[in-house]
Design a protein around this ligand. Structure first.
Ligand code: XMP
Length: 524
């Protein structure tokens, strides 16, 4: 170990200082997968704040970012700032360049840039690269390069174009890497992160999401006073079901779960969720059949954003009406998870609105309720682990993500009863066939979209007009980017035949082969 760390009573964490990099959440997730609790901290946070609070911060990672260190308004870091940091530091990409700039290294813009898979050559076997091959493939994405390391730094590795791929301060535990160890394409990426966390920072690597169950239950008990009630919106997704079950264990009949059936759920989902919640001991379950209200408001609406807005608004209204019937309620529970809460990105960069994501459990504005969000620090995979520990059935735990506005985002153009029927049936077939083929868990999502187009068909020697249905399946780590899944042709054939034969009013099935970007995952 290069740096002494006091193993105190507070739980340990690594703080990831976010400079707006697209992989910041990925760095945080990798650390957690390695057993080290991580939190993302905006770059404007003061050093005192980083080191105060409930956690003992044993290491700092400086993330990547979209800016160039020498731009006047880009985030800066001085050697003096770094000298005040009492724990080891690892700069990744922009973080690496910031360290180089702080200690007077030489940077160049646009001369040695590299994107995608490139090879890195280790020239000094420091602790980060102990037992690693001399050459490995790493994921790079940089316009600026460190062409000469600062005077008091040692170069540990070079990029293909001979820029500094990794360096460390000669005496202090300050490291920089130009490549992204958090990206799966970087061979040895996890090993490098582990070396930093364990051998440099001294982490125990014993953090596990399911250990949080008792802690979260204690927190709920401490937050909600004994005579106060909580309302929770359940959508059927793993986040809201886990939130309900966690709260139900502690609060019993002081919890009211409200399930608004907007009529846009997957086949059989409503019944499954209601029976699961009952089985899991939720005593007060309010089930609201509101499909007619939603469909009426969606009549004639074609614009995707307008559909999303209406569903969000109507949901809030129904929820408010139901919650108002529980006068003792003082709290609103939400299944908010870490990426919903911590939006990584360069503050002020103003990314364009692609679509308004709506969580059915969104906070209705009119209710004056205090918020309780037990899953707020967890990533999706961690919520799944917690859910399993709580005994929530696997069909719910491992079910593909499903958007808050439901099947409405899988119907192009107006949502009519007929298109909704086709969409629900076709989605069920896609899910069933993916499960049968044993590839359901290999993909992030697999579903069917009903388009607004028709295709001329011939059914039983008679001309027929029917809808075009598009099947989409994607592989993804977090839904932010995705590649289309290459299915087995027999699987595709079975899905296609079944949709045409069993659903009715469909004359063509197509398969979507565009990744995200440029396409989003859902159709609208
Ligand atoms: P897009 O379509 O934006 O989707 O590429 C990325 C991921 O988010 C899900 N999604 C939603 N989830 N409310 C949600 O809770 C929404 O309004 C929503 N829209 C899309 C989508 O299924 C995919 O996993």
């Amino acid at each position: 170990m290069l740096y002494p760390s006091t193993v105190g009573m507070r739980p340990q964490r690594v703080a990831i200082i976010d400079f707006g990099g697209q992989y910041t959440h990925l760095i945080a997730r990798r650390c957690r997968e390695l057993g080290v609790y991580s939190e993302i901290v905006p770059f404007r946070t003061s050093l005192e704040e980083v080191f105060s609070g409930n956690y003992e911060t044993l290491g700092i990672i400086l993330s990547g970012g979209p800016r160039s260190v020498d731009e006047p308004d880009a985030p800066k870091l001085s050697a003096e700032d770094l000298s005040k940091v009492p724990v080891p530091v690892l700069g990744i990409c922009y973080g690496h360049q910031l360290i180089a700039r702080a200690f007077n290294g030489e940077l160049e813009r646009g001369t040695l840039m590299e994107y995608g898979r490139t090879s890195v050559r280790v020239i000094k076997r420091d602790v980060l690269f102990m037992d690693m091959p001399e050459q490995f493939i790493a994921w790079m994405s940089h316009m600026d390069s460190v062409v000469r390391s600062p005077f008091d730094f040692k170069v540990l590795a070079l990029t293909e174009r001979r820029a500094v791929a990794a360096m460390r301060h000669a005496e202090r535990p300050i490291y920089g890497v130009q490549f992204h160890p958090e990206v799966k394409h970087t061979q040895m990426g996890n090993a490098i992160l582990r070396r930093f966390l364990v051998d440099v920072c001294g982490f125990r690597c014993d953090w596990k999401p399911m250990d949080r169950v008792e802690e979260m239950s204690r927190e709920i008990a401490a937050t909600v006073p004994p005579n106060e009630y909580v309302v929770c919106a359940v959508s059927g997704g793993v986040d809201s079901v886990t939130t309900s079950v966690l709260l139900g264990r502690t609060l019993g009949e002081r919890l009211y779960c409200i399930f608004v059936d907007h009529g846009l759920m997957r086949k059989g989902e409503t019944e499954q969720v209601v029976s699961t919640l009952r089985r899991m001991g939720i005593v007060n379950l309010v089930f609201v059949k509101a499909a007619d209200r939603f469909l009426l408001r969606l009549k004639g609406v074609k614009d995707p954003e307008e559909k999303r807005r209406i569903i969000g608004e109507e949901f809030a209204k129904v929820f408010e009406e139901e919650a108002a019937k529980i006068p003792k309620a003082r709290w609103l529970a939400q299944g908010t998870i870490y990426p919903d809460r911590i939006e990584s990105g360069f503050a002020g960069s103003g990314s364009a609105l692609i679509k308004t994501h709506h969580n059915v459990a969104g906070l209705p504005a009119g209710l004056r309720l205090k918020l309780v969000e037990p899953l707020r620090d967890l990533y999706k995979d961690e919520v799944r682990e917690v859910a399993r520990k709580l005994g929530i059935p696997e069909e719910i735990v491992s079910r593909h993500p499903f958007p808050g506005p439901g099947l409405a985002v899988r119907i192009i153009g107006e949502v009519t009863e007929e298109k909704l029927r086709i969409c629900r049936e076709a989605n069920a077939i896609v899910e069933e066939e993916f499960r049968r083929a044993g590839v359901y868990d290999k993909v992030w999502q697999a579903f069917a979209v009903v388009t607004d187009s028709s295709w001329t068909g011939v059914m039983g020697d008679v001309r027929a007009e029917g809808y075009v249905v598009v099947v989409r399946a994607v592989e993804s780590e977090d839904g932010m980017t995705a590649d289309w899944y290459r299915p087995d042709m027999d699987l595709l054939d079975r899905i296609s035949k079944r949709i045409v034969n069993e659903v009715g009013n469909v004359t063509m099935v197509a398969y979507a082969t565009t990744p995200k970007p440029p396409s989003t995952i859902e159709a609208c």
